[in-house]
Design a protein around this ligand. Sequence first.
Ligand code: ZN
Length: 385
Amino acid sequence: MGDRERNKKRLLELLQAAGTGNAHCADGAADPDWASYKLGIFICLNCSGVHRNFPDISKVKSVRLDFWDDSIVEIAVVLQFMTRNGNLRVKAKYEARVPAFYYVPQANDCLVLKEQWIRAKYERQEFMADGKIISPPGNREGFLWKRGRDNAQFLRRRFVLLAREGLLKYYTKEEGKDPKAVISIKDLNATFQTEKIGNPHGLQITYRREGHVRNLFVYHESGKEIVDWFNALRAARLQYLKMAFPELPESELVPLITRNYLKQGFMEKTGPKQREPFKKRWFALDPQERRLLYYKNPLDAFEQGQVFLGSSEQGYQVYEDLPKGVRGNRWKAGLTMVTPQRRFVFTCPSEKEQREWLESFRDVLSRPLTPLNLLPASTESGCSR
Ligand SMILES: [Zn+2]
C-alpha cells in the first residue's frame, strides 16, 4: 500500500469513527466527504465551496478525490491534528453559545447566509465560550437599498429597528422625522430571496397592512450588514414571541421567528366559474400562515389574492389534474384545490412543477392547525389590488 492509499484509508477511518460526529458535516447536515485540515473537521461538498473562499480560516481537500501526500501538507501532522479534533470537538469549541435567535443556515439556504455563518463562527469567533462578549443586537439603524414600490429602482433608505418597542421604521428622507412606514415586529417576516430579487444579498421583508401582505425588497452591499440586519430582526421577533407566548418554551418559539416559503413559482389560474381565461401568476406558499399568495409579478408590493389552506380534516383537498371540461391555456399539467368555499384550478409549466406543488400543498394540508394559525376573515381576499 502506497503512502497515498494509507493516508486516505486513515482519513476514511476518521470520517467514520464513532463518537466524533464526523459523519455529519460540521457546518450543516449533509454527508461530508471533504476535510478542512486547518480546522480539523469534515464537511460536505457544498460547505467546502464556502470554506474555499476563506483561505485564512480554512484549507480544504476532498477526502476521496484529492491526493493526501501533497508537499504543502505535512501529512503526519495533519492526520494527528484531524484525530485530535473532529467535528464534535470543534463544534463544542466554536458553537459553545450560538444565540437562540441566530439563523443557522440549512443545506438549501443562500450563499450569503452560509458565508456569514462560517465567518461568524471561525473568523470572528462570535460563539466561543471564551470569545469576545457580543452584545445582543437590540436596536439598529442604518441604510438599506430598497426597491421602489412602483418602479424597479433601488433607493437608499434609512431603517430603524426599535427592539423593545417592537417596531421597524424606514424613512425616505435622510433627515426626515416622519417615517414612510412603521412596521410592527408582530406581523413581520424576513426571508432571503436572492434569486427572485436578483441580488446575492436580497432580503424580502413582509408585514400586514389592511388585510394584505406588504412586501419590501432590500439589500446591502455588505454580506455581513444584511445578515446582521436579518439576525437583529430575528432577535426582536424572538423577544416579541416570548412576551406574547410566555407559556411556550423557547424551543417551540424558535421555528416561528422567521419562515421561508415552502414553494414559489409561476402557475396559471382561472376564476371562480372556471370558464374565465387562465392567467399566469406568481405563487408563494407560506406554510406557517397556511396561505397561498398570488401576484401578477414576483416583486409586486401587494398580493393580488390569497387562499387560506385549512387541514384535510376540514375538507381541504388537492388533486392532480383538472376537473372535467376545464381546459388550461398554455400549460397542461393541472392541479385542483378544493376548499369548503370553492374550487381552485391551476396549471403548472411542467410535470416536475406540478409534482412539487402537489407535495407542498399536501404537506400543508396534512399539518394540524395550531392556535397560532390566524383565523382568516374570509378564505380568499378580494382581488382589489
Ligand atoms: Zn455542509
